[in-house]
Design a protein. Sequence first.
Length: 176
Amino acid sequence: MGEAVSDSSPAKTKSPFWTFSLRMYGQPGVPPACLTLQDGSGVDVNVLLFALYAASCGRGLSAADVNRIMASVEPWKNQAVVPLRGVRRFLKDTPEGFEPKGVEELRQRVKAVELEAERLQQETLFALWPVSSLGNAMEPVAAARTNASAYATVLNTIFDAGAVETLLGAFQNIKE
């Protein structure tokens, strides 16, 4: 998910997963932690949030689960979300000779479209992968750690420990 997120998307399908993601993203430190994991480890934040949502439902995912989940939205992420993110980031600094106000207005519109692309990805994940059919029943906080670890295994990386702890702390806050 991009910068600060508010739910200004049109009144379309809004799954419990989308609501969970907005609550997570609204917790202190979560946006920069997600950005650290996205830019530093290649994390698809929507997939990570889905893994945490599954944990909130008491489901611990395996690396095979995470791999299947990732594969189901990879084309969308690569062809829609990532290019929109690239355009939004490019527009953050006004190119020489362009009118700053117009560029910022365009950037805000691209940001809204990027957020809608991410919402559509999340709604697709929610529809394709009923969490009750995934993984094993676990206590939610343990499942959150398990799911983050499974995702790191699939990406063959070590996640930034501080970013993960920030997310797990936020996860515990919204579970209380």
